[in-house]
Design a protein around this ligand. Structure first.
Ligand code: IPD
Ligand code: CA
Length: 266
């Protein structure tokens, strides 16, 4: 399969997986477990949807690796790995808020975000009825329209962010929000990193930053932003929770400058 065909497969599976997640939500939500903290939940649907994605990939791409939020990693032999978040925004999902998504990316190289190269990605938000897709070198797309990142206006940048599940990190994250407010017109915390990044690609957010994301949260979304003409970088601050920064070039650079200065001051 070429890159475009891999992208079509990611999109097709994300559509099927999103439909299943939405159907299961309409039938009610069963919590399966808590993970890193009481706030970090996994539902039965997270597991079922990841299994659906894994089974389809296994049938169609048996030599590729797999790296999923719920069922872990399996090495492949082709040099390609599928990086999957079956439901990104699980807390929204559990509460009946429609801002959740299925995120599927296929990457080349070592299954480490510092080293891999994104080939294609799809973020499907089934309740919002939107499927965002990107293929390297071919752009980022939503419903037949090519996406491009926005740039801040004189009114400042509309920024997205998120917070991890560990209450011990909230104070530091909120202090960072206070610092970036100097360049913001406002801040959104929507609850799905994959949707946040898709919105940066679509120019609905000017920039996004979050600490402590996992590779499956941003694998597809980062490619969307890059293919929409934006920049995505990682930053190691003093704590072991790396920071992801995304946006149009000017917003990204300004955001990164503020965050780096704050990191030095901490
Ligand atoms: C979470 C969401 C949320 C972000 C958290 C992620 P999950 O993923 O992307 O927006 O703030 O850091 O863990 O747990 O819903 O898959
Ligand atoms: Ca996630």
């Amino acid at each position: 399969m070429n890159d475009v065909e891999l992208g079509a497969l990611a999109a097709d599976i994300a559509l099927e997986a999103g439909a299943r997640a939405k159907q299961r939500r309409s039938e009610g939500v069963a919590l399966a477990a808590t993970k890193s903290s009481l706030a970090d939940i996994v539902t039965e649907a997270d597991r079922e949807v990841e299994q659906l994605i894994r089974d389809r990939l296994h049938a169609e791409r048996p030599d590729d690796g797999f790296f999923g939020e719920e069922s872990g990693a399996e090495a492949g032999t082709s040099g390609l790995t599928w990086v999957v978040d079956p439901i990104d925004g699980t807390v929204n999902y559990a509460y009946g808020i429609g801002a959740y998504s299925v995120s599927i990316a296929v990457v080349q190289g070592e299954p480490d975000p510092q080293r891999w190269q994104g080939i294609a990605g799809a973020v499907n938000a089934p309740v919002l009825g939107e499927l965002f897709t990107a293929v390297r070198g071919e752009g980022a797309w939503l419903s037949g329209s090519r996406l491009s990142v926005g740039e801040a206006t004189a009114a400042g940048a509309l920024l997205g962010t998120g917070f991890g599940y560990d209450p011990a990190t909230h104070e530091g994250d909120l202090a960072m929000v206070r610092r970036v407010m100097t360049m913001a017109r406002d801040v959104r915390r929507m609850g799905s990193a994959a949707i946040d990044l898709s919105y940066v690609a679509a120019g609905r957010l000017d920039g996004y930053f979050e600490r402590g994301l996992k590779p499956w949260d941003f694998a597809a979304g980062a490619l969307l932003v890059q293919e929409a003409g934006g920049a995505v970088t990682g930053l190691e601050l003093a704590s072991p929770r790396p920071m992801l920064i995304a946006g149009g070039r000017a917003v990204h650079d300004r955001l990164r400058g503020i965050i780096e200065a704050a990191g030095r001051a901490d």
